[in-house]
Design a binder for this molecule. Structure first.
Ligand SMILES: Cc1cc2nc3c(=O)[nH]c(=O)nc-3n(C[C@H](O)[C@H](O)[C@H](O)COP(=O)(O)OP(=O)(O)OC[C@H]3O[C@@H](n4cnc5c(N)ncnc54)[C@H](O)[C@@H]3O)c2cc1C
Length: 454
């Protein structure tokens, strides 16, 4: 046993001491990356580089489900913080615990397409779309190419076809989960039904580590991504018209309105239609009747090309580069005052509020049928502030101004915000009490604890 003393510097600048862990007892088919390993700095790096100083005690590059079970047993025995990691995109860096063990699932990637697709927990969005699209199947998922299915599906999963097909988690029919007792469970509506309920929107990092998902898929359909250019200076009218437009959209039409920070701020309306451009045109006319539209960029394409388009991979995927940012969200259950929203982004800072339309198939699921509670929302508001060259505290002050100024409550757990006021109610509403019971049942010793664990 190696009892050399080691000092870790925490993300908050606090130094704490610990003992080197008895790592030789953690035998893996995959590889354990420790500080000092030439790979360590690459392997610990999160997408949000605000957290790039985090120093986990070890990163387990798991090759099998047994590896995952051994990691959880080891962390439990050694009382180490531990977190699963799929695509590394946690806004708060929660998949890289300071001084803890990262259970990396990248090697457990892969897709077996079909009416029910089996998706390894380390699969990225673009890999998912490539494999499903080639087989003529569709699953609603995130737009960013490198987001992992692990975090995305467990928190809900908002997509450009969400109004037609619902959330990613609405398609979950089963999962293989290693719970903190080291047990591999095949979870579905009949087996561990409470856990199955919690996996659909209860948030990544809670309950256990999912090693693979089974999703119901739909036949792939042609899509029509579009962008509407509106006059500069008309942002208040544009956002007001966009909110009115949401009131009677068909399910086939999903849309977003981006209010970009700046002096002056700007607005951009975009979206995606399931079907042909002819079907879309009358709906765009309706929007154009409310506010001048200078030009329409309407691009019909097949499903796979559309998903590459949204992922920025039409000419091949560029390498994944992280960003330094702070982010949060609100959930809209009624209109936001357009003048207030535009005033909030009128600031000399890089960032945005991105409003994504809800409704349609999302709203046809009861708020307590899955753990995702925001079924009656009209839209979500994703807020981010670029923190490049800015002190974190200053970026967070501006983020809070926007988040708290919108006059909306609620939050989307996948846009996890370490400073979200009353986060339990915001992310989970009335579902929190049941989620808490499920978490205590499957993780009674809080092996998977993290700052916003259920
Ligand atoms: C650039 C960008 C674009 C995004 N676009 C979208 C979008 O279009 N739609 C949308 O809904 N969201 C989107 N998100 C949010 C995204 O869904 C969340 O950040 C999600 O948590 C990322 O999952 P991940 O696996 O990549 O991240 P990770 O950092 O690996 O994990 C996130 C959390 O889930 C846990 N976790 C990961 N895998 C597992 C697992 N297998 N079992 C148990 N827990 C697990 C981690 O411990 C951590 O707490 C985006 C985020 C970014 C940064």
């Amino acid at each position: 046993m190696d009892f050399r003393r080691r000092t870790f510097i925490g993300a908050a600048g606090l130094a704490f001491t610990g003992w080197d862990r008895d790592w030789h007892r953690l035998r893996l088919s995959g590889r354990l990356v420790l500080p000092g390993d030439p790979d360590y700095d690459v392997q610990r790096r999160p997408f949000n580089t605000l957290y790039e100083q985090r120093r986990p005690a070890a990163i387990a590059l798991c090759a099998t489900e047994d590896d995952v079970a051994r990691c959880l047993e080891h962390a439990s025995r050694e009382r180490l913080p531990v977190a699963a990691r799929s695509g590394r995109h946690s806004y708060a860096g929660y998949s890289v615990p300071e001084g803890g063990l990262v259970v990396d699932l990248a090697a457990l990637a892969g897709v077996r397409p079909g009416r029910e697709a089996v998706v390894g927990a380390g699969t990225s969005m673009i890999e998912l779309y490539e494999r499903l699209g080639a087989a003529g199947r569709l699953l609603p998922g995130g737009t960013c190419r490198s987001v992992g299915i692990g975090g995305l599906a467990l928190g809900g999963g908002i997509s450009v076809v969400a109004r037609a097909y619902g959330l990613t988690c609405d398609h979950l029919v089963g999962a293989r989960v290693v719970t903190p007792d080291g047990c591999l469970r095949r979870v579905d509506a009949e087996h561990d039904p409470d856990l199955f309920w919690a996996l659909r929107g209860g948030g990544g990092g809670n309950f256990g580590v999912v090693t693979s998902f089974r999703f119901g898929t739909a036949p792939a359909r042609d899509l029509v991504p579009f962008v509407l250019i509106t006059p500069p200076g008309a942002e208040v009218d544009v956002f007001g018209a966009w909110q009115e437009w949401l009131a009677d959209l068909p399910d086939e039409l999903w849309t977003a309105c981006r209010l970009e920070m700046g002096r002056p701020p700007s607005a951009l309306v975009s979206g995606c239609w399931v079907g042909t451009p002819e079907g879309l045109a009358p709906w765009l006319d309706r929007f154009a009747a409310k506010v001048p539209v200078l030009s329409r960029d309407v691009r019909p394409m097949d499903y796979l090309t559309a998903m590459r388009h949204f992922a920025g991979c039409l000419d091949g995927c560029p390498p994944v580069e992280g960003n330094r940012f702070v982010a949060s969200s609100r959930v809209l259950r009624g209109p936001v005052d357009p003048a207030t929203a535009v005033r909030l982004v009128d600031r000399p800072r890089s960032g945005a509020i991105l409003f994504d339309s809800f409704g349609g198939a999302i709203a046809r699921v009861r708020p307590d049928a899955t753990a995702f509670p925001h079924r009656d929302a009209s839209a979500s508001a994703q807020i981010f502030v670029d923190a490049t060259g800015v002190a974190e505290a200053e970026a967070r002050r501006e983020l809070a101004e926007v988040r708290d100024g919108l006059g909306a409550s609620g939050g989307y757990v996948n846009y996890i915000d370490p400073e979200m006021p009353d986060w339990r109610a915001a992310y989970y509403g009335r579902n929190h009490a049941r989620l808490h019971r499920v978490a205590r049942r499957y993780d009674p010793d809080r092996v998977l604890a993290f700052p916003q664990a259920v």
